[in-house]
Design a protein around this ligand. Structure first.
Ligand SMILES: [Fe+2]
Length: 332
């Protein structure tokens, strides 16, 4: 598949244009990634030109923040579907209404501030580790969309979501490390969270059947970016590297996790009420910084745009002859 056709697959050309989206403003949030987008009300359908502007900004900035949005659940689903079909969450007990809408909160759907040992609250601690959403799927997600309904007061510490740019993190690796990880794959599995927090209930039959363990390349190749490489891994859904001893794989995994934490790759988002933030899971990792969950109730509503294809690595058949040899990458 050519770069052009891959991009077309992801972002089909808009028909019946209604004029340029000159009212849309896009301002970077930092050096590593992210932009604040203004001039749009996401509760109403975007025009084709507006949608093109949003899609282009996702591709360029990886994370977009829209301030002061007012969306109910149906409106968030409608906005999300403009970017592609939605993922259905495997955890039926954490969804509200439609299984495409995930209640990311320490407050129950009925409004009760949940105790810190409630498994729905404990489960959120899994997300304090670097990850890309739904990497435990054979086809991981494309874009996650999170809307802040209730956030922490200004005086509270913690609670930010931190993001790391996997394209830049890969580029900054030493040549020796690039060569070492080039052929490697990592095991991703939903059940790994139970190893981190054994007090969580066992995975359900539904979860076991719908999200069995899978394997992805540690080095991801992006056809829509001229076959550029990035890192692709997780620390909340596994730490095993195929073909390595458990000990060596975990050591390599730990080293990569430390690498992506370097500030020059990262942006930390401090949530304001009515922020809608979306991010591209193909090129970003993220982690939720802890906060006093017993003291502060917090509510987000998440939807997720599904991915369209399995993760491609340098040795994937679909990219043979199109990926630059590693020695030419070293020289660039
Ligand atoms: Fe996440």
């Amino acid at each position: 598949m050519s770069a052009t056709s891959a991009a077309a697959l992801e972002f089909p050309a808009a028909a019946n244009r209604s004029g340029p989206a000159e009212h849309v403003t896009i301002n970077p949030l930092g050096n590593a990634l992210g932009a604040e987008v203004g001039g749009l009300d996401l509760a109403r359908p975007l025009t084709p030109a507006e949608l093109d502007a949003v899609r282009g900004a996702i591709q360029s900035h990886h994370l977009l923040c829209f301030r002061d949005q007012r969306l109910d659940s149906d409106e968030q689903v409608a906005f999300s579907k403009q970017l592609g079909p939605l993922e259905v969450f495997p955890e039926k007990d954490k969804t509200k209404g439609e299984s495409t809408v995930y209640n990311v909160a320490n407050v129950s759907p009925e409004g009760e501030h949940l105790p810190v040992d409630d498994h729905r609250v404990v489960f959120q601690k899994v997300n304090a580790r670097w990850h890309t959403d739904s990497s435990y799927r054979y086809i991981p997600s494309f874009v996650s969309i999170m809307y802040a309904i209730r956030v922490l007061p200004e005086e509270a510490t913690g609670g930010e979501t931190e993001y790391s740019n996997m394209l830049d993190a890969y580029d900054a690796l030493a040549d020796e490390m690039k060569a070492r990880i080039e052929p490697l794959h990592m095991v991703h599995y939903f059940e790994f969270g139970r190893r981190l927090f054994p007090e969580l209930p066992p995975v359900s039959h539904h979860e076991r059947v719908h999200v069995p363990p899978t394997c992805h390349p540690l080095v991801r190749v992006h056809p829509d970016r001229g076959y550029r490489r990035s890192l692709f891994f997780t620390t909340n859904a596994g730490n095993e590297v195929s073909g390595m001893s458990m000990e060596d794989g975990v050591a390599l995994h730990r080293r990569l996790a430390s690498h992506v934490s370097r500030p020059e790759f990262c942006y930390k988002h401090r949530w304001r009420p009515n922020d809608l933030v979306l991010w591209n899971n193909r090129v970003l990792m993220h982690r939720a910084k802890g906060y006093d969950m017993a003291r502060y109730p917090r509510v987000f509503r998440r939807t997720t745009v599904a991915g369209t294809e399995a993760v491609l690595g340098p040795y994937s058949q679909a990219v043979q002859g199109k990926v630059r040899p590693l020695d030419t990458v070293f020289k660039s």
